[in-house]
Design a binder for this molecule. Structure first.
Ligand SMILES: *Cc1c(COP(=O)(O)O)cnc(C)c1O
Length: 233
């Protein structure tokens, strides 16, 4: 079995190759290591290999890990990428640096209200439903502009871009099409909100990273390829 360090090296190489293939700067895509369900020992290995940004899906688990590592390392960046329930916004607002999965104004308002004034603005991505009826989470394209304008106006959060989890597709063309739709939505939104720096497109996972990078991803979310399969038993 290969080590977490070797896996990070390999994934980093794949990101670089995907960038070269489509003529993008090799440092224009950030690797988010998705560590949900994985122990702190695995995260510590990734940190030792130079990884700084981690994604978590479950509030309590994520907060425990953040608190554990905050004693020794202030340079880590924690991203909440799971579904956000409105009764769980406070610990997210108090501990995380980014939230990728905001798709309702109510959630954004609560995160803004609950973000401590002593912390930097909480960075927010709006999760967009790029798969139509097949997905229940994410804002629809036709409601995105209105939601984005409202979220961008909230005081203690900073809208930075869009995220999507497209329906699983095995062929490159369908993957690329879904990611391009998200990139195009970001471009349109940027024109409507010129004061807001929408520099982040969180898209691409282990199986569709190359298409995501070709379509303009700035952040790929990789779990299994770094930490191995998850055990939910
Ligand atoms: C779990 C998860 C990932 C990582 O998935 P892998 O298949 O393990 O790479 C990425 N994004 C989100 C939103 C996730 O929930």
């Amino acid at each position: 079995m290969s080590s977490i360090k070797q896996n990070i090296t390999q994934v980093t190489r794949e990101i670089r190759q995907a960038c070269e293939k489509c003529g993008r700067d090799t440092d224009s895509v950030q690797l988010l290591a998705v560590s949900k369900t994985k122990p702190v020992s695995a995260i510590a290995e990734a940190i030792a290999a130079g990884q700084r940004a981690f994604g978590e899906n479950y509030v309590q688990e994520g907060v425990e890990k953040i608190q554990y590592f905050s004693q020794s390392d202030q340079t880590l960046v924690w991203h909440f990428i799971g579904p956000v329930q409105s009764n769980k916004t406070r610990p997210i607002a108090e501990h995380f640096d980014w939230v990728h999965s905001v798709d309702r104004l109510k959630i954004a308002r609560r995160l803004s209200d609950q973000r401590p004034a002593t912390l930097p603005l909480l960075k927010i991505l709006l999760q967009v439903n790029t798969s139509g009826e097949a997905s229940k989470s994410g804002v629809d394209f036709d409601q995105l502009a209105e939601l984005a304008a409202e979220v961008a106006a909230l005081p203690n959060i900073e809208l930075r871009g869009l995220m999507s989890i497209p329906e699983k597709a095995d062929d490159y063309a369908s993957q690329f099409q879904a990611f391009s739709a998200l990139a195009k939505a970001r471009d349109t939104l940027q024109q409507r909100l010129p004061q807001t720096r929408l520099d982040t497109l969180s898209m691409g996972m282990s199986g569709d990273m190359e298409a995501a990078v070709a379509a303009g991803s700035t952040m790929v979310r990789i779990g299994t390829a770094i930490f191995g399969a998850r055990d939910y038993s």
